[in-house]
Design a protein around this ligand. Structure first.
Ligand SMILES: [Mg+2]
Length: 388
């Protein structure tokens, strides 16, 4: 044992130690095969399931935290395998020192990089540590971080996909508004963009001029098409146009952002803070859309939020509203949270929505617990309780 290790084991500042990490791979089936523009352009198959990586961390002092990441179409087994390989590095560590533990885990897997599946494996554990810290403090995560608001405007994505007819999308929109959700997002980016415009017009006429409406092209336009269609979309008073271009085309997004009145939003596909930093530096976005499980967890999200705040960006985090409600509430500038009903079967708790906004609850931490159904959908699990 080195002198540093002895000092750490004897320091009165060490409040608790991580005793075990339980990792679970959970396959959530979707009721309908889901199609966005990536399916219509032939780049991806329709999505039939989402694979979640849950991390449950317990301490010697009896505290617990839960976190999760996810993958769509591919990557679930890779995230699980990587987490399983590095989780032992958490055993015996003080769970409060989250930044140091993130760095330790990323160095443990440094040869496979600081983005993508490797960092996403860390995200589940990082989020569990934040959940644990907030629960120990008896606070909702947003309050631990410091909330700027106790509710966040929310919009619905799960009713606007391209596998559904326009009549079905209109029916979904009516239901969404009836549920108190504050905005509607529909998918565009089809090979025939005239059909996109027809759907947007139909939805705008159906929901009226006042209801916030967004569109999402899922990266399927090239630069000239994005410019032409986005200009045609200006008349619909959209809150934003999402992913008009390839996720890594920072300059192309910047050209659009400079040329249009409608806000440009992107960022969900990026898998690290440095990748997001490229968008911010290039002036690519008005509204940044980070995804905490994709960029390495809450520790990384907070670094990105500081950069975005400094650049006066609005924020609309992607997916995983159970996590992002807290992070959007803690963001100083304007923020939205994305509503998906897909994850409802996984959690015992339901987020409250009223008057267009999603409300923070007084439950400590993330405020979620896994259902028996989620346990039943577990396809692989491992409990790690010994340091390597
Ligand atoms: Mg999107």
């Amino acid at each position: 044992m080195t002198a540093t290790q002895i000092a750490r084991t004897t320091s009165p500042a060490v409040l608790d130690r991580i005793a075990s990490v339980t990792l679970s791979s959970v396959v959530l089936p979707l009721s309908d095969p889901i199609s966005d523009a990536k399916v219509l352009t032939g780049r991806q198959r329709a999505m039939t399931e989402v694979v979640f990586l849950f991390a449950e961390i317990r301490t010697e002092g009896g505290h617990e935290g839960i976190g999760f990441g996810y993958s769509k179409r591919a990557g679930g087994p890779a995230q699980f395998a990587h987490a399983k390989e590095i989780a032992a590095d958490l055993i015996g560590e003080d769970p409060s020192d989250i930044g140091r533990l993130w760095t330790k885990l990323v160095w443990a897997g440094a040869s496979v990089g600081r983005s993508g599946a490797s960092t996403q494996a860390i995200a589940a554990m990082d989020i569990a540590l934040w959940d644990l810290k907030a629960k120990r403090a008896g606070l909702p995560l947003a309050k631990l971080l410091g909330a700027h608001r106790d509710s966040v405007p929310c919009y619905n994505t799960s009713g606007g996909f391209l596998h559904e007819s326009i009549d079905q999308v209109l029916e979904n929109a009516t239901r969404t508004i009836g549920e108190g959700i504050g905005g509607i997002k529909i998918k565009v980016g089809q090979p025939d963009w005239a059909e996109d415009l027809r759907r947007v017009r139909a939805v705008r006429e159906h929901i009226g001029d006042r209801m916030p409406l967004m569109v999402d092209a899922n990266q399927q336009w090239d630069r000239p098409t994005a410019m032409r269609v986005s200009r045609a979309l200006e008349e619909f008073d959209l809150v934003w146009i999402e992913e008009p271009l390839d996720a890594y085309d920072a300059e192309g997004h910047a050209q659009l952002a400079r040329s249009l009145d409608t806000a440009i939003a992107t960022g969900e596909m990026l898998t690290s803070v440095p990748e997001h930093y490229e968008l911010i530096r290039a002036g690519s976005v008005d509204i940044i859309q980070p995804d905490a499980p994709r960029i390495g967890g809450i520790t990384q999200f907070l670094k990105l939020a500081a950069l975005a705040e400094h650049s006066n960006l609005q924020m609309a985090p992607h997916f995983a509203m159970e996590i992002h409600l807290h992070l959007a509430a803690a963001y100083p500038h304007g923020a939205w949270v994305e509503h998906f009903d897909w994850l409802y079967p996984l959690f015992n708790e339901r987020l409250e929505i009223r008057d267009g906004r999603m409300l923070l609850s007084d439950r400590p931490g993330l405020g979620v617990t896994l259902t028996e159904q989620a346990r039943a959908w577990t396809v692989d699990t491992v409990r790690i309780d010994a340091a390597r």
